[in-house]
Design a protein around this ligand. Structure first.
Ligand code: CA
Length: 399
């Protein structure tokens, strides 16, 4: 059969993302998406590396294999395709596309960091901390709680310090937030002691996903001094099911904003590139924000170089997220804590006021890259609904 796809489709032959799908009664396998179809790659290309429930084995094969497979895919899909390899998107379930190895979350948007600085440290003369323009700030998170789009998210419980109180209480978070981010997937890692230089990053970077880093702001605020985010972040993050290859995003490269002061030599690039990716944050069906990834200060190559500059190893399946993407305008902020000024100025969604997320709320992150030639590359979506907290019974009686 011939797969027809219109020239302006976000999932045309210029995209060819990688995902993992499952149909009833069979095990998960690697696929690509063309328009509204999902195509099984092991059947299409006769290559057993794709008859697996994750992309990791293929990603580990390295950049020359990624390039030759992408070429083979484009050729195969332009011709006659075995109907047995083709499913309608609506008929399959999409799974987490890769096994996440280690996970790091950065803080690379100057607008986001400034907005939070003004909220958390209103007395400080500079909303940015003194280190911010010298290094991409990040922390190591929890890979096991990264889930694929469509997975429900249970409201976390934890400690928080109610306003005006001197002792913490325990219970469900009352300031549950979203964070609109991109996640960068490492295809081939580096050994301990090895540094990935900024100009070597492209040999390691496999692709990009949308990423919602759910955040419990009250738990975070009480726990984060002095060691940074912990349980306020580690309960769940949602990734989109399609990994868009770096090769599909070459036409979306744009210079990052001017970096002043210039970074130290190991972070210096002649032309640091970001990506022109437009994000959308949708709550209960209503678009509440449109964060532009292109406004992000630190580039993906700089983040990876910084992550390894101390000799820390990386592995196939490592994921590093950009941090919340926010633009200069109010309608471009990628989290509720920014959009509502810490909950003090609720936004209206579907006729209801929202400072933070309520049980039953559904958040969808959407995104597409804008190529220089006018075409668009779709990412799909990262979707998640908030379920009520689970009651935690703590028996404090001494027998
Ligand atoms: Ca984050």
């Amino acid at each position: 059969m011939r797969l027809s796809v219109s020239a302006d489709d976000r999932f045309g032959l210029h995209n060819l993302p990688y995902g993992v799908y499952r149909v009833a009664g069979s095990s998960p396998r690697v696929a690509t998406r063309v328009g509204e179809h999902v195509v099984d790659l092991a059947l299409l290309l006769g290559d057993e590396v794709f008859a697996q429930p994750s992309l990791n084995a293929f990603m580990a094969q390295g950049p020359s294999r990624w390039a030759s497979v992408r070429e083979a895919l484009a050729d195969a899909l332009a011709g006659d395709v075995d109907p047995a390899a083709v499913h309608r998107l609506a008929d399959v379930r999409l799974e987490m596309p890769f096994e996440v190895a280690d996970y790091v979350d950065f803080y690379a948007s100057e607008h986001h960091a400034s907005n939070l600085g003004r909220l958390f440290r209103p007395e400080a003369p500079d909303p940015l901390t003194p280190n911010w323009k010298h290094l991409p700030i990040g922390y190591h998170g929890r890979s096991a709680s990264i889930v694929v789009s469509g997975t429900d998210v249970v409201r976390p419980c934890g400690q928080r310090l109610p306003p005006g109180e001197s002792a913490p209480v325990f219970g469900p978070s009352v300031r549950l937030d979203l964070e609109a981010e991109l996640g960068f997937v490492v295809g081939t890692g580096s050994s301990i002691g090895e540094v990935i230089a900024v100009d070597e990053a492209e040999e390691h970077l496999f692709g990009v996903v949308l990423f919602n880093d759910w955040s419990a702001r009250d738990i975070q605020a009480w726990e984060y001094v002095p060691l940074g985010p912990f349980l306020g972040k580690s309960f769940a993050s949602t990734a989109s099911p399609w990994v868009v290859p770096m090769a599909a995003l070459e036409g979306a490269r744009v210079p990052v904003p001017a970096q002043e002061p210039g970074p130290l030599p190991y972070l210096e690039m002649e032309r640091p590139w970001g990506l022109d990716i437009a994000l959308e944050v949708v709550i209960n069906g209503e678009v509440v924000s449109c964060p532009p990834y292109a406004a992000t200060y630190w580039s993906p190559a700089q983040m990876l170089a910084h992550l390894t500059v101390n000799g820390a190893p990386t592995r196939t399946g490592d994921l590093f997220a950009s941090g919340t993407v926010s633009g200069p305008d109010a309608a471009q902020q990628g989290s509720l804590i920014e959009l509502t000024r810490g909950g003090t100025e609720p936004i209206v969604v579907g006729g209801e006021k929202r400072g933070f997320l309520e049980d039953g709320d559904e958040v969808v992150l959407r995104g597409e890259a804008r190529l220089a030639d006018g075409r668009r590359v779709g990412f799909g979506e990262a979707r998640g609904r908030i379920l009520p907290a689970r009651e935690l019974v703590v028996d404090t009686e001494v027998e």
